[in-house]
Design a protein around this ligand. Structure first.
Ligand SMILES: Cc1cc2nc3c(=O)[nH]c(=O)nc-3n(C[C@H](O)[C@H](O)[C@H](O)COP(=O)(O)OP(=O)(O)OC[C@H]3O[C@@H](n4cnc5c(N)ncnc54)[C@H](O)[C@@H]3O)c2cc1C
Length: 379
């Protein structure tokens, strides 16, 4: 067992840190305010190889391991969690799902472009009445022989308006319950497919989250992932992997807030001393650093199990549960250490505190993570 990153992993970490500091940091407050993420920045992330990091190079990916991916996610999330959720959805839900379960034709037509960031993808499971209980899919895909007729509404879809490729879960045979669900690949611009309103969110405001409407959208059967009825299994397996990405996002938000608080405590004076010389502040920083280290070990353990092709389901759920929980605590303390300055945008920690909350909600709420963990424990 080693806790050291390899030279390659360190190089990825440095590249992500450089990109985050030089390209993401300057406009991050503006993106949070305007709720817009420039296409040029998204393309740059693709050019630098952040959008298909784990994809096999034969499909234009970076061929990297999951550790490299989580290390990059941490660095990017330290600065801009809106950029990292776009990256996480594309890497671990869309590309990983397609590479693992798609056929060669689908990989040629879609994965190759997604892995370079030429286009980005969206993962569409949630609906107005199907969130944690994803089995209650109301979006239907009627079997018409050579094609499916897709009807329904998806909610909360990350990359909703910027994606070109959408993996859409839908019910084909309700009598079979979750075994009647399929995953269809839908392209932007198909007749009957409309992108709905953009959500005005508490955090990750630079990311675009939309509802999507499908009315009699014709989807060729060659765009179904896996066998008939494989969609629910596809979604759950893909989300198991995705959780490692969101755990690393929560970790990055925490470490970003901690680094800002530490630097501030070393500068700011109160009662004739630097904040960092007051033991109460030192203890806060000690607790924050300990929690972050514990979260990092859980994230790396889950990533390492995945890389070894071992069962990582429980480890990924534990990593997400814990990293998202400490992200609330650490970012709140970071604001506290900044005092009044922590409450204004200029000092970044209030944004990180707002961004942290979503990590307890998407890709399975904390309650769902506890269900996953306890199911694994009872096996
Ligand atoms: C910004 C953002 C981006 C998102 N991006 C995507 C995306 O790209 N793709 C996508 O498909 N979805 C996405 N989602 C949706 C997200 O995954 C869901 O919001 C989440 O799964 C929770 O579902 P829900 O909102 O319907 O809450 P509900 O399922 O209604 O849950 C409400 C509360 O009840 C709790 N609860 C539910 N069932 C139980 C139970 N059995 N026991 C105990 N507690 C329970 C939940 O934990 C939660 O606290 C996104 C959401 C947001 C806010």
């Amino acid at each position: 067992m080693t806790f050291q990153l390899s030279e390659e992993q360190l190089a990825v970490q440095q590249a992500a840190r450089d990109f985050a500091q030089t390209e993401l940091l300057p406009g991050v407050i503006e993106r949070d305010t305007t709720q817009k993420f420039p296409i040029e920045l998204q393309k740059k992330m693709g050019t630098l190889g952040f959008m298909g990091m784990m994809v096999d190079p034969k499909y234009n990916g970076g061929g990297m391991d999951t550790i490299s991916y989580v290390v990059a996610m941490e660095e990017i999330s330290k600065v801009d969690a809106s950029a990292s959720v776009m990256m996480s959805v594309n890497n671990s839900l869309v590309c990983w799902g397609l590479e693992k379960f798609g056929n060669e034709d689908q990989k040629e037509r879609y994965l190759k472009r997604l892995a370079t960031g030429e286009v980005i993808g969206a993962f569409c499971l949630s609906e107005p009445e199907a969130g944690s209980d994803a089995t209650s899919q109301r979006t239907t895909a009627e079997d018409k022989g050579d094609y499916y007729l897709l009807n329904g509404t998806k909610n909360w879809i990350t990359n909703g308006s910027s994606a070109s490729v959408y993996l859409v879960m839908c019910q084909t045979d309700a009598s079979k319950k979750h075994k009647g669900i399929n995953c269809l690949i839908v392209e932007r611009g198909q007749p009957g497919f409309v992108v709905g309103k953009k959500e005005d969110k508490m955090g990750i405001r630079g990311s675009d989250t939309h509802s999507l409407m499908f009315t009699d959208v014709k989807v060729d059967k060659k765009n179904r992932i896996g066998e008939d009825g494989f969609g629910f299994s596809f979604a759950m397996t893909t989300l198991n992997g995705g959780r490692i990405g969101i755990a690393s996002q929560a970790l990055g938000i925490s470490s970003g807030a901690y680094e800002l608080a530490l630097a501030y405590a070393k500068e700011r004076k109160a009662f004739g001393h630097k904040l960092s010389e007051h033991q109460a502040i030192q203890f806060k920083l000690a607790e924050m650093a300990t929690k972050i280290n514990a979260a990092r070990l859980l994230v790396w353990q889950a990533a390492s199990l995945k890389d070894q092709k071992k069962d990582f389901v429980k480890a990924a759920a534990m990593a997400k549960l814990y990293a998202s929980q400490i992200a609330q605590e650490v970012t709140t303390e970071a604001v506290q250490i900044h005092g009044g300055y922590g409450y204004v945008k200029e000092f970044h920690v209030e944004r990180l505190m707002r961004d942290a909350k979503i990590t307890q909600i998407y890709e399975g709420t904390s309650e769902i993570q506890k269900m996953v963990i306890s199911r694994e424990l009872m096996k």
